[in-house]
Ligand binder design. Structure first.
Ligand code: PGA
Ligand code: ZN
Length: 397
């Protein structure tokens, strides 16, 4: 499966921004992958494109990456990924762009799976028993994904069912119940949706949380489904001069830890992502020690093994969010997941707020044994990943 041709193409993502799509043709199979883009990016993640933009990244990739990769075997993933890291030469892919690197890396794996005529999840499978991750989808939100919404970026639900369709439908039903409640509560207000399809409304953080908790409880009872509520606070976005600055309050680090622990308790939250600033490993550890909820590091770790290792040492979290374009290669993504699992931590594979219809993460989540997949509840680029899980489950059976 020797690489014969690599094509770089600009497409647009769900926000209308330019995104990279890479096609790889080999002697026996082809692969295509498009990269997503974040809005509330962590400071330690790979730089999506070089300073001067996507065109510059494509130019460098054509000039430097292409000649090295042509002739390589796509089954040799680690070698391809190492070559990308070496050609880039920086520690955050700022020269060729992490998004260009990750699209090349994943397109290579897809070409290899295609050459073997098997699905990507099967080609990559590194767990004994594969299962479909639970869908975690946001239903209400704000932060960097919306104008005029809550400070907390995402209010999410995760449904646990023995088939993916029931779980997806349960999440969708909560999304729809939230809309009905918002219509009743704010009859004179226009309702909007954020970048990931979650509702946006002028509510305080706790008003929003109560609506989601109530909706999840109602739908769970109506359908006899276990539906859990969670948050992605994206707290680094509003951690300013050592204070967590909400519209309605300003909290010190200690106050933030106590407040989050309190709401976890009061609302029986299942998961809280990025409740603490991305630099404060000790603050994270203090919160994690106070609760049984999943405390998920996204901006804290940026899918980076060096940072996950610090978190393991300090017991900062019990869960890791995984976004392949934060680190730039499939190999690094896999190793980050293995490191987290090795330390007894749970992983959640995730979309970005700017997405395409690419559904590679669905395969990675299944292949690598991720506990959940965070990929929205509704919207074309979100359901692309969910519906791919339906197909994977069908094939598994
Ligand atoms: P993003 O954030 O806008 O950087 O994709 C999503 C998230 O925080 O999980
Ligand atoms: Zn996040």
């Amino acid at each position: 499966m020797i690489i014969e041709r690599i094509n770089f193409r600009k497409i647009i993502d769900s926000r209308g921004n330019l995104a990279i799509e890479v096609d790889i043709e080999t002697t026996s199979g082809n692969g295509r992958c498009a990269a997503p883009a974040g809005a509330s990016t962590g400071i330690y993640e790979a730089q999506a494109y070089p300073e001067s933009g996507i065109n510059q990244g494509i130019k460098i990739a054509q000039k430097e990456v292409l000649p090295k990769l042509i002739g390589m075997n796509v089954e040799n993933q680690e070698h391809i990924d190492q070559t990308l890291i070496e050609i880039d030469g920086t520690d955050n892919f700022s020269r060729i762009g992490g998004n260009i690197a990750v699209a090349i890396s994943l397109a290579s794996a897809k070409a290899a799976a295609n050459g073997k005529q098997i699905e990507l999840y099967k080609y990559l499978k590194n767990v004994d028993e594969i299962k479909i991750p639970a869908p975690m989808g946001n239903v209400l939100g704000g932060g960097a994904h919306a104008v005029g919404g809550t400070d907390i970026q995402e209010f999410l639900v995760t449904s646990f069912c023995d088939n993916i369709m029931d779980a997806m439908l349960a999440n969708v039903a909560v999304h729809s119940r939230v809309k009905n409640k918002l219509k009743k509560r704010l009859p004179k207000h226009a309702l909007g949706k954020g970048d990931e399809g979650a509702w946006v409304a002028p509510l305080s953080n706790l008003e929003a949380l109560e609506i989601v908790v109530e909706s999840a409880k109602e739908i769970g009872e109506e359908r006899s489904v276990e539906i859990k509520t969670g948050l992605d606070m994206a707290a680094s976005e509003f951690f300013i001069n050592n204070k967590y600055e909400y519209k309605e309050m300003s909290l010190t680090s200690e106050e933030q830890i106590n407040w989050v622990a309190e709401i976890i308790d009061k609302y029986d939250l299942y998961s809280v992502e990025d409740p603490i600033d991305q630099e404060d490993f000790d603050g994270w550890a203090e919160l994690t020690s106070k609760t049984n909820a999943l405390i998920i590091g996204d901006d804290l770790y940026t899918t980076n093994r060096n940072r996950i290792e610090i978190g393991i040492g300090k017991k900062s979290t019990n869960a890791v969010l995984i976004k392949p374009n934060q680190i730039g290669t499939l190999t690094e993504t896999r190793k980050a997941i293995e490191m987290a699992h090795g330390a007894g931590m749970v992983t959640v594979i995730s979309h970005r707020s700017g997405e395409t219809t690419d559904s590679t993460i669905s395969h990675l989540g299944v292949a690598f044994g991720c506990h959940a997949i965070k990929t929205g509840s509704v919207g074309g680029e979100r359901i692309a990943k969910l519906n791919e899980l339906v197909r994977i489950e069908e094939e598994m059976k």
